[in-house]
Each structure stands twice: as C-alpha cells, then as structure tokens.
Design a protein around this ligand. Structure first.
Ligand SMILES: *Cc1c(COP(=O)(O)O)cnc(C)c1O
Length: 359
C-alpha cells in the first residue's frame, strides 16, 4: 500500500539510545532534558530566537488566539486543514473567510482589507503546503488596521523567506510535528514569536499558567511535549537533510513524468526556499480527479484530497462563497511523496494521471 506520505522512522537503536536517558533518570515529561535539548537544537537548526515545543500542532493555534486576547472576527483562509478554522471557533471567535490566490493557494492578500470590520481582531492565515503567504503585504495591512497576525505554519519546517525562517513572521507562528509532517515527533508541534513578553505568555499558557510551583500567571492549559515525543524528534532531526534530498528528487521525477498540460502546480512564492513537504497537483476537473483516484486506489495507491472540502462549507460555519478555494479543493490531489518512494511508482502514478487528463 502506498499512502500520501510515509512516516520516516529513525533506526530503532538510535531512538532507544536517546530514550535510555529518560529511563535512566526516570523522567518522561514536564520539560525534561530531552525537551530542552530538542528546543535548543531546533532553535539552531531553524535559526529562530524563541521556540516552545508542544504536544501537537493544534493547541499552539488555540493558545496563540488566547494569548493575543483575540475576540470577535478573525480573517482566515478557507483552504487549509480543518484545525485552522476549528481553533478560531473553539476559542469563541468567528472565522471570516477571504478567498485564496489560485496561483499560490494562500489567502489572497488583495482581498483582505474588504473583509475587515470594526469587529476584526486578527488575521490567521496558512502557509499552505509550506508555501509562504504574502507576508509583507499582510504585515502592512495588519499595521494599518491594528490587527494581530497568526500564521498556521504547520507545513513549514525549514522553509525560509528572503533567507529568514518563515516562523519569524506574524505575531505568532505555529508548526505541527505530527507523524505525517516533514519533521515529526509522532504527535507534536511548536509555537514561535519574536516578542519576548508574548513568548513568556505563550509559555505560561502551555503549562497550566504555572509561574513556579505554587504561583500562577493566569489561566492555562496543558500543551507540554513529553520526553518520549522529544526523543523521536532528536532521533529524526539528524536525518532531515536526507529526507528532504529524497523528496526533492521524487518531486523532480514527478515533474518529468507528468505531461505538461496534464496538471497545474502550485507556484512557490518568489524569494521563498521550499521544503518539499507535499506534492499537490491540480487536475482539469473533479471528474478527472475521481477517475484518477479510482484507478490509483484499485492499485493500492492512496493520494489524499488535501484540502477538501473548502473550509467555508463546513456545517458549523455561516455560509459564504469562496469560488477559488471551492473550485481548487475539488480538483487538487496530494500525490504520494516520501523519503523512500520508488521512481517506478512515480512513473506509474504519473502515467495514470496523464491518461485520464487527455481531453
Ligand atoms: C497538521 C495540521 C495542523 C494540526 O496539527 P496537529 O499536530 O495534527 O495537531 C494544523 N494546521 C494544518 C494546516 C495542518 O496541516
């Protein structure tokens, strides 16, 4: 069976050697030495001033909304994983969708201002598939209208924009270290901010509000990463260059095998260095997509309809029309991509797509 991705598992003896340190100390959570070491290594690897690792990539979104004191309406993208929208609703705010730019698949920055009302408190946008939003334009809009900016950067491990980690943009950026993501800790995630005060606030919030043993900063929740998760991260990190190298080669192979007019690709934003986290292709129609999926599934190959459905169509959301997002979400498929996908499989998948895309 070939899935949209295959989790990279480090050699078991490497993982065990790191785990042994937790066993020796009998210390498996509450920010032990493995979590602290992972944070240090990630700070260096990513070149960011601050990081807080967390138990998944969804809680950081909720904590960021809480820490920034957001209320009312939050402008967001309909083309993302459901966690982007559900976090807004979960925190008692109202998502207001702005359609995507069909070239980059990120929120269309030229349409944001028209969606701002007196109730708008923030913009929460996704760097979808690791492709950065128009961060400079969004920053200018946020400044002009006094809005906060959160980036759901779940897909962005290692992505840079103008040579800087993309996690440096926005008031807060979040990442996911889920097993299906490029860098993973099984379940896990992180939040980033360049603001020292906000960093402290995020930190307290992620640990019940504890400020010392018996003293509390305020309300909090539990989003701490465990030592068992950190051990996986420490074991995966040294292999990351290899993982990206392999994925890059696989993407090149797909682009060689897919006929020129069979699919459309996401345009990577200029000045961005991408991480090969996903390989989305946009087909001619939903009918073509259905046919491709059916034939691939018959052959035990399971690409994923990322992202489908368009989030503005969720049943708990007030109805709005997002033509680009709805149209693209019906036609987009993320093709299998991993560190060990075989070129023969890539050619096989591409041939099926080429055939069904003939007009
Ligand atoms: C994976 C993902 C999340 C959620 O991360 P978890 O670690 O699974 O909680 C949030 N947003 C996007 C865009 C994602 O792809």
């Amino acid at each position: 069976m070939i899935n949209v991705t295959k989790t990279f598992l480090p050699p078991q003896e490497e993982y065990n050697a790191i785990l042994k340190r937790a066993w020796d100390k009998v210390w498996i959570t509450n920010r032990g030495e493995l979590v602290l070491e992972l944070e240090q290594k990630l700070k260096t690897h990513l070149n960011v001033p601050n990081i807080i690792v967390t138990t998944n990539g969804t809680l950081p979104l909720q904590i960021a909304i809480k820490a920034l004191g957001l209320t009312g309406e939050i402008i967001t993208t309909p083309f993302s994983y459901v966690a982007t929208t559900s976090s807004i609703v979960w925190e008692g705010c109202t998502p207001v969708f702005v359609d995507i730019d069909p070239k980059h698949l990120t929120i269309d920055e030229t349409k944001i201002e028209a969606a701002i009302t007196s109730k708008t408190s923030a913009i929460l946008a996704t760097h979808v598939f690791g492709n950065p939003c128009a961060v400079e334009e969004i920053e200018a809009i946020a400044e002009k209208h006094n809005l906060k900016v959160i980036y759901d950067a779940a897909h962005c491990f290692g992505v840079t924009y103008k040579g800087k980690s993309v996690f440096n943009f926005g008031d807060v950026s979040t990442c996911s270290f889920h097993a299906t993501k490029l860098f993973h800790t099984g379940e896990g995630g992180a939040m980033f901010t360049n603001d020292g005060e906000l960093h402290k606030k995020l930190f307290y919030h992620h640990n019940f509000g504890h400020k010392g043993k018996d003293d509390f900063y305020g309300i909090g929740i539990n989003a701490k990463m465990s030592e068992l998760q950190a051990a996986m991260g420490l074991a995966v990190l040294p292999h990351l260059d290899f993982i990206i190298e392999k994925r890059k080669a696989a993407v090149s192979a797909y682009k060689k095998s897919l006929q020129k007019d069979a699919v459309q690709y996401m345009h990577i934003r200029e000045a961005a260095e991408w991480n090969y986290s996903y390989f989305p292709v946009i087909l001619h129609s939903e009918k073509v997509l259905d046919n491709v999926l059916e034939e691939l599934n018959e052959n035990n190959i399971y690409p994923r309809r990322y992202f489908y459905p368009s989030l503005n169509t969720l049943e708990y959301i007030e109805k709005s029309n997002m033509p680009h997002s709805e149209n693209i979400s019906k036609r987009i498929l993320c093709l299998p991509l991993s560190h060990d996908i075989e070129f023969g499989v890539i050619e096989f998948i591409s041939a099926i797509i080429n055939q069904h895309s003939k007009r």
